[in-house]
Unconditional design. Structure first.
Length: 176
C-alpha cells in the first residue's frame, strides 16, 4: 500500500507537497500532484497557512495529525528553510489571532458578560484601561536574566498591585 506522502523508496515528500515549491522545481522532479499551498488559495489545494492558523496550535502537532502523515513529517518539514520562513509568517498571524481572542475574553470579563468574580472583572477592566495589551505586543525579545534592581522593582509593583486589588475588593464587598 502506497502513501501519498512517500515515494516508491519510502522517502517522505517535502517540496513536492506544496504547489508553491513545485513551481521552483524541474518538471522531472515534480513527482506528484501537490496537496497544499503555503500562503494563498489555489483551487483544489489546501491552504496550509489557513489550516495552521485555524487550528491555533503553534507547535504544529494538530496540523500534522490532521493533514500530514504524522508529527515526524512535520519535523522533517521544519528542517527546510523555505518551510520555516513560511511558518514565521503563519506564526505572526496566529499570534495576532490568539491575542485578539484573548482580548475578546478579557473584554467579556470586564463587561461582566462572563460569570466571573468582581475581582477578575476589575483586573480585566484595568488591563484594558491601561492598554497593557499594547505593552505585551511591543515587548522586546527576552534578553536574559533581569538585574537585582529590576527584580526588586517588579516585586514591589506586584505587592502594590495586590494591595490595590485587595482594597478594591474589600470596598466592593462593603457596598453590598
Amino acid at each position: 500500500m502506497s502513501s501519498p506522502f512517500r515515494n516508491q523508496t519510502n522517502q517522505r515528500y517535502t517540496k513536492q507537497l506544496f504547489h508553491d515549491m513545485q513551481q521552483t522545481m524541474t518538471i522531472e522532479d515534480r513527482l506528484i500532484k501537490p496537496m497544499f499551498t503555503l500562503h494563498h488559495d489555489q483551487p483544489g489545494l489546501i491552504n496550509f497557512r489557513k489550516v495552521y492558523v485555524a487550528l491555533g496550535d503553534p507547535t504544529g502537532y494538530k496540523v500534522s495529525q490532521e493533514y500530514l502523515e504524522d508529527y515526524s513529517h512535520w519535523e522533517l518539514l521544519m528542517k527546510s528553510p523555505w518551510f520555516r520562513e513560511a511558518k514565521e509568517v503563519w506564526d505572526r498571524e496566529l499570534d495576532a489571532k490568539l491575542s485578539s481572542e484573548g482580548l475578546t475574553a478579557i473584554r467579556a470579563f470586564a463587561d461582566g458578560i462572563e460569570d466571573v468574580p468582581p475581582a477578575l472583572q476589575l483586573q480585566a477592566s484595568k488591563y484594558l484601561a491601561d492598554k497593557q495589551y499594547r505593552k505585551v505586543l511591543k515587548e522586546a525579545p527576552a534578553r536574559g536574566r533581569p538585574s537585582k534592581e529590576e527584580v526588586t522593582g517588579e516585586l514591589k509593583k506586584a505587592v502594590a498591585d495586590t494591595a490595590d486589588i485587595a482594597s478594591d475588593l474589600a470596598r466592593i464587598r462593603s457596598v453590598k
